[in-house]
Design a protein around this ligand. Structure first.
Ligand code: EPZ
Length: 417
């Protein structure tokens, strides 16, 4: 297993480019199941989860080809299987995004239940409840969800809780249903709006994406389309914090500042100078950071996918802050590794109390999930001496060549094969 070796202390300076959004590319690739024609996606990130999705679609019969310039062509002319197998779903729970489009296109889907993960139980009951509302017969047996429907019929679905992939799955199921579907208490993340933009280019009739109420008027069939994926706001946010923590001066390009409004606002509150351009952000820090509390919320609130990185930042801020993780029940795995580097953190249920500024020292640490691994890399950038981050396959799931990007702005970081 690859590791990262990082020697802290360098101030990051220069320009770093953001890749396309992982959490937008995954549903967009699944959407290719909805038509027999070719879907071309550009500006995709070349990360492990995208390769896993390629394998999943391949198993279903989809012809998937990557093209050199961060593009992928997917064509589901013939679907040969409607099963998303355990071996793939266990490596990437987002495989559940095959459920809605497979059911809508073929009337049948068999998807392994994702099970829990490091950050929480993460059930998919709301996905299944919504599909039943559209008239599907759903049962779970032998670790699999089996859904069947001769036809899906539009309905009013009110989500008990805001769910990103739940909204995406139901949107993809409803686009080919008879009649109109109204999704209420839907997720409003930019990735939802991006998926709706792709589906609309494919011929779907969707309004209200990006708001809590999405209306989908079913159509008989969809056609192919070309779509550019939005920038990855979490990758951009991670680099913002890298600049802030190292007292750096970074220009982050090919990003969408509007998608990071709550993160930018919080960093300004902490004392970081940030200038947002049309599709770039300039972060300049003088190393003087002061603690500020934060609560993770659904979009447009402060993203839970930025919580771990923010915790690393707070170890370098003067004062005490309270972080409240509101979305996932077990998303503090990174705290114990940060403690090993010398941080002062106390976990109290869904709250983490961080005292700073603390002197961090390099250590051997283990990544437990995607964003936790990013926070360990950030801490290592300011720690004295060398840090070795193990199990970085977590990081590779969602960050494209992060060590090369950080090296290019002055970090002493290398991948150890
Ligand atoms: C998406 O996960 C993202 N993944 C996650 O990013 C992100 O953390 C999360 O949204 C929240 O923003 C992708 O888009 C592939 P949810 P998702 O359904 O859709 C509960 C990353 O780091 N819930 O919005 O799985 C659930 O347990 C990843 O890139 C139910 O109870 O998250 C959680 O507490 C990690 N029943 C809350 O809702 C359901 O049926 C929000 O989960 C569905 C969800």
């Amino acid at each position: 297993m690859d590791k990262l070796r990082i020697t802290g202390g360098n101030r990051l300076e220069g320009t770093v480019r953001v890749s396309g959004a992982k959490n937008s590319t995954l549903p967009a690739m699944a959407a290719s199941l909805l038509t027999a024609e070719e879907v071309l996606l550009t500006n995709i990130p070349l990360v492990a989860d995208i390769r896993t999705t390629r394998r999943l679609l391949g198993e279903l019969g989809v012809r998937v080809e990557f093209e050199g310039n961060h593009s992928v062509r997917a064509c589901a002319e013939t679907i040969v299987s409607n099963e998303a197998p355990y071996d793939l779903v266990k490596t990437m729970r987002a495989s559940v995004l095959a459920l809605g489009p497979l059911l809508a296109r073929t009337g049948k889907a068999r998807v392994s239940l994702p099970g829990g993960c490091a950050i929480g139980a993460r059930p998919i009951n709301l996905h299944l409840k919504g599909l039943e509302k559209l008239g599907a017969h759903v049962k779970t047996e032998h670790g699999y969800v089996e859904a069947e429907a001769a036809t899906l019929t539009g309905a009013r679905i009110v989500f008990d809780k805001i769910t990103v992939t739940g909204t995406e799955n139901l949107m993809m199921a409803a686009v080919l249903a008879n009649g109109t579907t109204v999704l209420e208490n839907s997720a409003s993340e930019p990735e939802i709006t991006d998926l709706a933009a792709l589906l609309t280019k494919m011929g779907a009739k969707i309004s209200g994406a990006g708001t809590p109420t999405i209306t989908i008027e079913g159509v008989r069939e969809l056609h192919g389309a070309t779509h550019e994926i939005i920038p990855d706001r979490i990758e951009a946010g991670t680099f913002l914090i890298a600049g802030a923590m190292t007292g750096g001066d970074l220009e982050i390009t090919a990003c969408e500042p509007a998608h990071l409004a709550s993160v930018i606002e919080k960093l300004r509150e902490v004392g970081v100078a940030i200038e947002a351009g049309r599709n770039s952000i300039h972060v300049k820090a003088n190393g003087k950071l002061h603690a500020a509390d934060v609560t993770t919320q659904e979009y447009p609130g402060f993203a839970t996918d930025m919580q771990a990185q923010y915790m690393a930042l707070m170890t370098q801020a003067d004062g005490i802050c309270v972080i409240h993780e509101n979305i996932f029940e077990n998303r503090y795995m990174h705290a114990s590794e940060l403690l090993r580097m010398g941080a002062h953190i106390r976990i109290d249920g869904s709250r983490a109390i961080v005292a700073g500024k603390t002197r961090l020292t390099g250590a051997r640490v283990i990544a437990s999930d995607l964003r936790a691994s990013a926070s360990l890399v950030l801490a290592a950038l300011v720690a004295e001496g060398e840090t070795v981050v193990d199990r970085i396959y977590h990081l590779d799931r969602g960050y494209e060549k992060i060590e090369e990007k950080l090296q290019s702005v002055g970090a002493r970081i290398e991948r150890v094969k």
